[in-house]
Write a protein that binds this ligand. Structure first.
Ligand code: FE2
Ligand code: FE2
Length: 170
């Protein structure tokens, strides 16, 4: 049997094991955020009632697929860094702001909840980008692309909120 040599440089180098484990933890947190967002967006793309809800519902339906894709990308990167994608028993919910509102016509609640979720993702992904900057270009590059999606989602829902504010409904 031949012994394989590990990379001397970069995040897979033996010297960077500790750093790699820290990145895996950050990626796991990102993974759970995406999974919870998928759950929240499914519920909030189906629960709302009323004509005003239609645009929001359709927008969330599209986002579900994107967020699911993000979860898969984070999971893949966890594995590439020699981590193990966690099982569902490790999941704990955090999105209190995206629970179903008391009245299903309360679209403003949903819009604000989505903005909060996207903001949390933007903050966490900026942190990953900063921390991986000099040592893990692959994770860095991947998360920059995902950050762009989240900034787009947030901007879209800010636009919806402005419309409701302009009409005195938010
Ligand atoms: Fe996402
Ligand atoms: Fe998003």
């Amino acid at each position: 049997m031949t012994t394989i040599r590990s990379a001397a440089q970069g995040i897979l180098a033996d010297d960077n094991t500790q750093q790699r484990e820290q990145f895996i933890d950050l990626l796991k947190q990102a993974y759970w955020m995406e999974i919870e967002t998928v759950m929240s967006y499914i519920a909030n793309s189906i629960n709302p009632d009323g004509v005003r809800a239609q645009e929001i519902v359709e927008s969330l339906q599209q986002d579900i697929q994107e967020e699911l894709g993000h979860a898969q990308q984070f999971a893949q990167r966890i594995k590439e860094l020699y981590g193990v994608v966690p099982g569902s028993a490790d999941f704990s919910a955090e999105q209190t702001y995206l629970q179903p509102p008391e009245h299903q016509t309360d679209i403003v609640h949903v819009i604000k909840g989505v903005i909060e979720a996207e903001t949390g993702a933007i903050e966490h992904y900026n942190r990953i980008i900063q921390e991986t900057e000099s040592i893990d270009p692959v994770t860095n590059d991947m998360v920059i692309d995902i950050l762009r999606d989240e900034e787009g989602h947030r901007r879209l829902f800010e636009g919806y909120l402005r419309e409701y504010e302009a009409e005195g409904l938010a």
